[in-house]
Each structure stands twice: as C-alpha cells, then as structure tokens.
Design a protein around this ligand. Structure first.
Ligand code: SAH
Length: 233
C-alpha cells in the first residue's frame, strides 16, 4: 500500500513537470531536474497531501499563509537563473518547498555543506517548525537554513553588506525593501512581487554599478509581506 502511494506521487510529479514544460514555463534542465526531485507532497499540510500536485496555491494549516502554485514557483526559478554555488536569500519560507527546489540547484549534493546555500526567513513561528521538519525529512537541512525574523530588514538584519547572489521574496511587497537592495551582490538578481495586498507585478531587478535595473515579469497574487519595511500588520 505504501509502495503504491509512493509510486502515485512520483507519477503525479512527473506529470506536473511535463505539463509545465509543455506550456513553456519550465525551460531549463536545472529547473526540470529540481522539480522532478523535490517531493511536493512532503511540503503541503498533511491533511491535503492527496492534492499536492494540483497547480494551485494550497493553505498551510490555519496560519493564513499558502504554499505557492507550482507554475508560479517555476516562473520564479527560471527568472532567478540559479547556478551551482550561488548564495540565495529567500523571504517567506512557508513550507520550505521553494527553498528546497533552489537548494537542489545551487547545491545538488546532500552531504556537501560548502558552496551553494539557501537562507530562508519566516515570521510565523509555527511555519518555522513546519519548514524545518519538511526539509529535514527530505534531506535538505544541510543546504537550507530557516531563520525566524522580519525579512524586510534583510539577513543579518540591517547590515550594509552585499552578501547574496540572488534574493527572492515570496510575499507581496509595497516596494523593494532598502536592505534587500543593499544586501544583493553586484550583478545579482532580486525577484519580488510589488503592488498592493490583492494584486502585484513580479519585478526582476539586476544590480549594476550599485543600482537596480528593473524589469517586469508578469502579474501575480501573493500573501502580504508584513514587516518594518513591508505592509503593516
Ligand atoms: N515560499 C513558500 C511560500 C511562502 S508564502 C513555500 O514554498 O511554501 C509567504 C510567506 O511569507 C508566508 O509564510 C509568510 O508568513 C511569510 N512572510 C510574510 N512577511 C514576512 C517577513 N517580513 N519576513 C519573513 N517572512 C514573511
């Protein structure tokens, strides 16, 4: 019975990836490989595991937060242009799913703790435990650090250092937070939904000579980024 259930999930995962390739959302081998590897059923809330592979956001228990729809995560991963060895900061760990996918690209080797790494910040304490447990169970805890805090202030908070090759915000922001601009390395990429709490535009910023060069990717709908340099609680 257990074996049958596992087979079903890997079949559903493969089908999800094929669908995302067919519609042109998954384009690169790296993103395809990561989506085939990370088991989404281990990151959704346990009572809705059976719908883990529907292309829709799903609620994370009663926290009011959601795990993003697979197509949105795939769009973000493609836009981030991730490579082995990069240092990534994510704001909004939620379930830990997008962090695991990114880790699969920047650090494909589970036992290697050097090189690529993902730091993911979360402000809801219940989700810190949830994400950490999910990452531990699936073999990503060496490659992803889940940190409790207000990601609108960067990590470490309010530090004027350029630390990250990529910064990705998985919650809707009123503007690009100041410390995230500062903590992005030269030639780095920041991806962030900017707009109101209902609808946003996914913004991609390249850091060139200390300034962000801004591109609009697509429309999107995320839960709000709540914090000192985000929306007020
Ligand atoms: N990437 C997640 C989805 C995250 S949903 C996944 O793959 O499951 C957005 C998350 O951002 C929510 O969990 C929310 O609590 C968190 N969040 C909102 N404002 C934040 C802030 N200022 N700092 C850190 N996390 C924040």
């Amino acid at each position: 019975m257990v074996l049958l259930r596992n087979l079903d999930y890997s079949f559903m995962r493969k089908k999800m990836v094929e669908d995302l390739i067919r519609v042109g959302i998954i384009k690169s081998k790296e993103v395809e490989r990561a989506f085939l590897k990370v088991p989404r059923e281990e990151f959704v809330w346990p009572n809705i595991k059976h719908i883990a592979y529907e292309d829709t956001p799903l609620p994370l228990g009663n926290t009011g937060q959601t795990i993003s729809a697979p197509h949105m995560v795939a769009i973000m991963l493609e836009e981030l242009d991730l490579k082995k060895g990069l240092k990534v900061l994510e704001i909004g760990a939620g379930s830990g799913y997008s962090a695991a996918l990114m880790a699969e690209i920047v650090q494909p080797n589970e036992s290697n703790t050097k090189g690529g790494h993902v730091i993911s910040i979360e402000r809801v304490s219940e989700l810190i435990d949830f994400a950490r447990n999910n990452l531990e169970r699936t073999g990503y805890s060496n490659r992803v650090s889940i940190v409790f805090g207000d990601g609108t202030l960067g990590y470490p908070e309010r530090k004027e250092e350029m630390l990250y090759d990529r910064i990705v915000v998985t919650a809707a922001a009123p503007h690009i937070p100041k410390y995230l601009k500062i903590q992005l390395k030269e030639n780095g990429i920041i991806l962030i939904p900017v707009g109101n709490t209902f609808m946003q535009t996914l913004i991609k910023g390249f850091k060139r000579k200390g300034e962000l060069e801004i591109h609009e990717v697509c429309g999107c709908m995320f839960v709000p980024l709540i914090g000192e340099d985000g929306f007020r609680p």
